[in-house]
Design a protein around this ligand. Structure first.
Ligand code: F6R
Length: 610
């Protein structure tokens, strides 16, 4: 899920376009970075393990000015993140250089062919196989277009690529199968990138390449072809995306900034959608009748977005009285899922680009589901292929660990659920209005939780040296436990598990001792008394027990080593509030352990490979 930026045009602009663009794409991967240009009839690459700024500095020092360049920020899939494996990768005979996003699944077969032809390999990447295979096919075909077309037709897997040729600074190719590529043109300046953000600084008119399309840019023009070289119609679309340069302000990290921003981001999610104590959701208005009449709801997502789907499952089943299934997108897409006409499929994704979620969406759409997107990134692939949807309006989320997007996902799903339950006449107007009033109070209640930051920091100090942690919750707070554990493990590298509290005695209780901190979510709920029993079970086995409790149940403190007292809300909405202290706990543990919370190891903000 690497990031690509390529440019052909005014050589004075090359460095700025590539490096400013790559900085915007670092969310897609950041283990290494590179730029490839043509200079004096030679392909020259500047690429290193590390962040964009390092490569930028060295490229500027080289004083090279080239009218054509391909840039890349990598998230390793084949071969460890190091200087040699970084992109661009040059072909064996130095005729081509490529940047590649995705995975070539049949690289072993292709490599065998190349080895037989005398090719040698210097990297551990599938990308090197790809560029060498293109070089071989072009040389066999004695025609660049035909050679590329033949090579593309033989590739299995997913890819977005941009290719340059040593002998011609006028020509550049880009091809897409799976991994998104956007293209823009301003006069004689041509831009290609993995998403539109690096381009919209220069033009808002974008062509998104479809799967199976090849873009060929020559001296002054371009054409979009299919992989058999037939011309395909193309149309620039105006993208409604503003480039939001996100400043850190007084914060040390985007993660902390985004945690602290949640009262505001939640207000943004509600903005214009609650009027006169009624919920209006223009984005899915067209399908409101289908939502009322549907016999089944399916929710698809990955990671944190999947957890948001799990919370929604509790709410939607309770109030809509239809079965709700929450699916990992990666499993859903490969298991011949059954979708009936009229099934509502919510697709949850912060980035709108997650490869598994995107493909699961395509499959569900083909099978006749009604696809509704719950997406943060405006104009993203998932936002574009779903039938309708509501944006989170949470603002750009830069920290790799999802925080504010999660709470906005919950807010939006609860709003959709409350409105539909009311339209279905499953809840009275009084109950509906009560729900809305409570949802409106959530941001200010979160402000109160954020004031506990210092207390949570002190609790984190007591546990950050531990190697494991267990998070327990019941009912709609079970997904909160899962999400709490995910946050802790991904940014602090402390192994953590989330469990439904009652399941603990079926196995995990064997792990409990004084080295195992247990975080128990124990705010008001129908299973409250049972949760207290579970807390006592772990407490009596010497675990350090940290409880998230609310004002109505302060007496639980007696059974806890540390308590985090959060404001009370309706039982249905506790997950939004209870998640906040767990985000802060993970953040402080990671900082105490010296981790880079914004860019945890091995992770990327947008997972655009399988
Ligand atoms: C964890 C996290 C990931 C994402 C997952 C899906 O903090 O951020 O688990 O939630 O990769 O990403 P989106 O929501 O962009 O589809």
């Amino acid at each position: 899920m690497c990031g690509i930026v390529a440019f052909k045009g005014n050589k004075e602009k090359t460095s700025e376009v590539i490096f400013e663009g790559l900085k915007l794409l670092e969310y897609r991967g950041y283990d290494s970075c590179g730029i490839g240009v043509i200079d004096n009839n030679e392909i020259k690459s500047f690429k290193w393990k590390g962040r964009v700024r390092k490569t930028e500095k060295r490229f500027i020092e080289s004083k090279i000015k080239s009218p054509i360049a391909i840039g890349h920020t990598r998230w390793a899939t084949h071969g460890e993140p190091n200087d040699v494996n970084s992109h661009p990768i040059t072909s064996y005979n130095k005729k081509f250089a490529i940047v590649h996003n995705g995975i070539i699944e049949n690289y072993r077969e292709l490599k065998k062919i190349l080895l037989e032809k005398g090719y040698e390999f210097y990297t551990e990447t599938d990308t090197e196989v790809l560029v060498n295979f293109i070089e071989l096919c072009v040389s066999n075909a004695k025609n660049i277009d035909k050679g590329i077309s033949y090579a593309l037709s033989k590739l299995e897997g997913a890819f977005g690529i941009v290719l340059i040729q040593r002998s011609n600074t006028d020509i550049m190719y880009a091809a897409r199968k799976g991994s998104p590529l956007a293209f823009g043109r301003k006069g004689e300046n041509f831009f290609i990138a993995s998403d539109a953000t690096p381009i919209i600084e220069y033009t808002k008119k974008i062509i998104y390449l479809d799967n199976g399309q090849l873009l060929k840019i020559d001296k002054t023009n371009f054409e979009v072809l299919d992989f058999e070289l037939n011309k395909v119609p193309n149309k620039f679309q105006e993208v409604d995306v503003e480039l939001q340069k996100v400043e850190l302000g007084d914060f040390d990290s985007y993660m902390l900034k985004e945690i602290m921003e949640q009262p505001e981001s939640l207000n943004q999610t509600m903005l214009g959608r609650i009027k006169n104590n009624k919920i209006t959701l223009g984005g899915i208005h067209k399908y409101s009748k289908d939502l009322i009449n549907t016999k089944r709801v399916i929710i698809i997502g990955c990671g944190t977005s999947w957890h948001a789907g799990l919370v929604a499952e509790y709410f939607l089943e309770k109030y809509l009285r239809v079965p709700v299934e929450v699916e990992y997108a990666s499993e859903f897409r490969y298991r011949f899922p059954i979708i009936n006409k009229g099934d509502i499929v919510f697709v949850i994704s912060q980035s709108g680009e997650t490869a598994d979620t995107l493909e699961a969406t395509r499959i569900a759409k083909k099978k006749g589901g009604i696809l509704l997107g719950i997406v943060n990134t405006v104009g993203s692939s998932i936002a574009r292929i779903t039938d309708e949807g509501c944006y989170l309006h949470a603002g750009p989320e830069i920290g790799v660990a999802s925080t504010k997007a999660f709470t906005s996902q919950l807010m939006l799903l609860l709003m959709i659920g409350a409105k539909t339950a009311y339209l279905k006449k499953n809840i009275s107007i009084k109950k509906y209005e009560k729900m809305i009033s409570e949802l409106k109070r959530i941001p200010s209640k979160i402000e109160e939780v954020l004031e506990l930051n210092n207390d949570i920091k002190k609790i984190s100090k007591k546990i950050y040296k531990k190697n494991h942690a267990l998070f327990l919750g019941r009912g709609n707070n079970f997904p909160v436990a899962l999400e709490g554990a995910l946050k802790l493990k991904e940014i602090s590298y402390i192994h953590a598990e989330g469990y439904p509290a009652a399941e603990m005695k079926h196995g995990p209780i064997a792990l409990i001792d004084s080295e195992m901190p247990v975080v128990a979510i124990c705010t008001k709920s129908d299973e409250y008394d049972k949760m207290i029993s579970n807390i006592r079970e772990v407490g009596s086995r010497n675990a350090i027990v940290i409880g998230v409790i609310d004002k109505e149940n302060e007496h639980v403190k007696d059974y806890l080593d540390f308590s985090i007292l959060v404001p009370s809300t309706s039982k249905d909405f506790t997950p939004i509030i209870n998640q906040i202290p767990l985000q802060l706990l993970a953040y402080h543990c990671a900082i105490f352990r010296g981790c880079d919370v914004d860019k945890p190891r091995n992770l990327a903000k947008s997972v655009t490979v399988e």
